[in-house]
Structure formats: C-alpha cells, structure tokens
Design a protein around this ligand. Sequence first.
Ligand code: HEM
Length: 587
Amino acid sequence: MSIAQPPIPVRETPAAMIPQPNPAFPDASAEPVLDMDEIQGNIIPGFLKDFETLLFLSITDPGQCKEWIKHITPFIATAEEVLTFNRLFKQIRYRRGYEAGTVKATWVNIAFSFQGLRKLRPDADQFTDQAFKDGLAAHSKDLGDPTGENDEGNPKNWVIGGPGNEADILLIVQSDDYEDMQHEVQRIKQSIYDLLSGRTRVPSGVELLYEEYGANPPGRLSGHEHFGFLDGVSKPGIRGRVSNDPHDVLTPRQNPRDPHQGKPGQDLLWPGEFVFGYQHQDPSREVEKPSDDKASAGPDWAKDGSYLIFRRLRQDVGAFHAFLHAHGQQVGVPPAFLGTKIIGRWPDGEPIMRDQQAGNQLVLGNDDCANNDFEFVHQDPSLHNPSSQLPPDELPPAGTSDQCHIPQVPNSSFMPSPGDPTGEICPFAGHIRKAYPRDDITPAGRGKASGRDEESDLSERATQTHRLLRRGLPYGPISPSAFGNPVHDQVDRGLLFIAYQTSIERQFEFVIKAWVNNRDFSQQGAGFDLVIGQNSQDNRQRTATISLNPVQNQTLQLQANQEWVIPTGGGYFFAPSISALKKELSS
Ligand code: HEM
C-alpha cells in the first residue's frame, strides 16, 4: 500500500506547461528585446541552484588581473544560457512530475566593487551612485548596523567587507550538484594560483580573500530560510522580450485578467529597474508606462550591467523562536502564528492575506498562480476564487494550458484577499509589507490626491521604483530549533543575501532606511520590521504593532530587546556585461 505524501515545496512551482514563445501571451512588441547574450545570468533570469560558493578576491596587480579576466570571461554564464536551461528544466520537470535531476548545470558570474573597477579603469569615477562609490562598510551605520567596538555587526568585525577587508571582485558559483560546484571552484582557484597563459604559467594578479558556501536546505525544508519560512516566493515580473518574436517574453504572462502581470499579483516592471540601458519605471506615470529615458550608471560600458548588493546576515534562530514562544504563550497564540504575523506569510509560503481557509496552507503556498495574488489596500478578484472564474467563452483555446485560471491542483479554490487597509490581517510591520508595500498608501501618495484609491495609485507608482531582484541562499547547518521548541546552539548560520538593482540608493538603501527601519512606515506607530529592521537608537530596542484578532480587536505591542539578524559581512558590487568584461575590463 502506498501512502500519499504531501508535495515537497520546490523553489519555483510550475503553473503548468508553458511553451515559449507563446502565441497565447499578449503581444509585447512595445517591450524591448533584452541583450540576453550580454547580461549575466544570475541577474536575469536567475540561477536558482541548490549549491553556491562565493569567492571574494582582491586585485593585487591590475595588469595581470586583466589577463585573468580575459581567461575567466568565457566561463561567465549569460542570461541566454541560463534562460535556455531554465526553460528546459521546467519542461522536463512538468513532463516527469518531479525534479528528476535529468539536466544539471553549473554557472559562474562575476561582479566588481567600485575600488576594484578603479584599479582597472580610469573612468570608473563616472559611476553616479554615491552608495556604490562609498561602499557598504561606509554606509553600514546609516543602515542601522551596530557601531559598538565589540559588536559583531560592526563592519570592523565583519568576516568580509569591513574596512581594510573589502573585496574587489566577487565570483558566484552555483550548481545543481555539490561535486560539480566543487570542481568548478577548484578550476577557478587553480586559475588564481597558477594562471596558464599559452604554455607559460603567469601570476593571475588576484588573491583569494574569503570564501563562503551556501545551500538550499534538503527535502521538506527546500526553499526555506533558517527561521523556517519559505523564501523567494515573491519576485518582480520583468518586462522585455528575449527574441524578436512579440510573444517570446522573459516573464511568462499567465494572468488572463491582466496583461500587465506575469503570474497573478506579479506586476510587470520595465527592465531598467534592474539592468542598465533600458527604460525604467517613472513614478509620475502609471505603473504600466515606461520612462522616456533609459537607466544609466554613468559610463557607457555599464549598459547591460546591474548593481549587486551582498549582505551576510547571521540568523540567531534560537533567539527568534524563543521570542515567538514567550510572546505567543503570553497572549495564547501558537508561536508559528506570531511568526506568520511578523513575516506576513505562513511557513509554507501562504500569504496571510489569503488565510481564511485553514488547512490548505501548503497547497496555496506552493501554488504560484495564487501565492502572490493579493494587494494590501484593495480587495483582489482572485483567479482561484470560484466566483471569479472566467466565463467559458473567455477561456483560451484548448491546448494552451499555460494560463493560471486552470487550477494546478484539482478542486483547489482559495479565498480571495479581502484587502487590509488598516493592517488587521497583515501588520504594517510584517516583513513582506515593509519590504514591498504593494498598493499601500505611503508618504509618496498620502495627502496628494482627493481619494484613497488615488492616494494608493500614486503611492504604488513610487513603490515600484523601490523593488529588488533577490537571489539569496542560506548558509550554515540547519537549526535544530523549532517554533514550539527553541534551541540556542551558538552555530553560525544565516542568509547570503544578494539582490540586483540599478540604484543602490533608491532601491536597497531606501527600502532599509525609509521603510524597514522606520517605525512610522507606512503608518504612524506601525513599528519596525522585526525580521531585519534595526533601531540604531533607544538601546536598539524594536517595537511593532501586531493585530492578532481583528474580530475581537486584539492588538499586541511587541518589544524586541535583541536582534536575531546580524550583519556579519557584505559589499556593494557591479555586475558588468559580457562585452564590458571582454573589452573594457580585460585590456
Ligand atoms: C535573514 C534575513 C531575512 C530573512 C529571514 C527573510 C525572510 C523572508 C521571507 C520568509 C520572505 C517571504 C517569502 C517571499 O516572498 O520571498 C521574504 C520576502 C522578502 N524579503 Fe526578506 N528576509 C531577509 C532579509 C531581507 C533583506 C535584507 C531584504 C532587503 C530589503 C529583504 C527583502 C524582502 C523582500 C523585498 C521580500 C518580498 C516581499 C514581497 O514581494 O511580497 N529581505 N523575506
């Protein structure tokens, strides 16, 4: 007798088989054709591998380093290669029904700090993003990081990226297979220690400063970060085609109700938000409309590149779980429920905004057609709500089963999001609401229009200019701690947070300073993001307002006297195009 097992969450669930290019998608001729052979593959579409090594290098001899860059450039994975692989991977997974390991790949990408670029290019000063030029360590205090001499979070004590310990180059190696990754890392190290130029061995001009290993947890923990929540669920949709075909788009258009979304709830943004050389969002226009100009980093050769943020964030899992346990007991709610309020999603990824039906969290969390289909202010006509199914004559022709209104899970019908303008369901302090407030009214729109809908619209136009392309993976061993049974084991584990964007100031730093660390965002008294927020004042104590039971009007004022996410390394980098590597950075 076989026992049915619940599905193991995968890092990106397939909505259905998506042939691409796809004539069922809306015509995207107005969107640019992306230089897929130029853009590095971890920017778009993203590696999404299970194993990762980060190599941090220092340039010791710029002339020799250029030779080494020449050597490594053919190994740098392009967006074209990674997209082709990802499409094949999904196709096979869909046909086989599980991740069979039939196709595997190992990818490498590269990025440079401002100081690194300066060693190689006299015109590096043309970069305009001041945060990139100053570097992360110099901005750490402004981001709220600890400043005490002995504080682990003080850049002086970081394992990499503190003063005098900043990397010039970051190499990202990711693979589906641990041993394949090790081979690639060894090959790269060999080139660093002993570069072969023709038949002669020459110094590489680079030196290994630091090495870090990360991995997607195995089995049922797949895709989860160390606190126990599914990560990487919500990602910005990116406009743009990958060939001249008007239907060959980077982000599949799976929402039959809204041509401006990828998956339901995934708003499409103009690619200049994440890659230089393309039109970007313009907050003075509707979200769907592009800017007149194209995103520019300064130097011409920065086209098709992107800024990369790296933060090594140690997670004190025992401390977080103990906090949930103690406060949960106080008010009589399970610790996992309190954690869910603090994140904004259940551990299995289900958004708390669509949480009215108990019991099918895993199913909803694992359904990409439903798990982002919500707003905060407005009620959403969900596709997975039986009352909002399209009438039969509006259904696409048989055989194009790529649209989200055909439920992936038979009989699954999730309740729609009711909207939550007062923060009763998802607290304003919730991590996902702080880091991406969707249609919430923010200072960008508040008081600037006659009605709530207009205020929300103006706010969202601005909000969409503060998005991040996240590419993080956990590091360190899995924690024995659980929500109901906190374990303090003093083991170093956490998140290797990586995000791409075209403005460090307007995207990563803005989100941290104006939203996450701001107790009055997006509403007065909302409190801090209790996951990553930092309070550089008040003895670093963080407060947050959490509504527990809207019916009984039960609200909890939480106070955290310690942090459980501690910065222990990092850096600001720029990931150039393949042409820039070949021409500007290796000659
Ligand atoms: C150890 C630190 C962190 C943990 C444990 C963590 C955890 C999570 C989890 C569980 C989610 C929900 C799943 C998802 O939508 O992907 C999430 C979403 C998100 N996080 Fe974090 N995160 C961390 C650090 C950061 C940092 C440093 C940022 C930078 C601002 C950030 C920004 C975001 C954003 C933008 C979202 C998506 C919100 C949305 O689109 O709905 N996170 N995070």
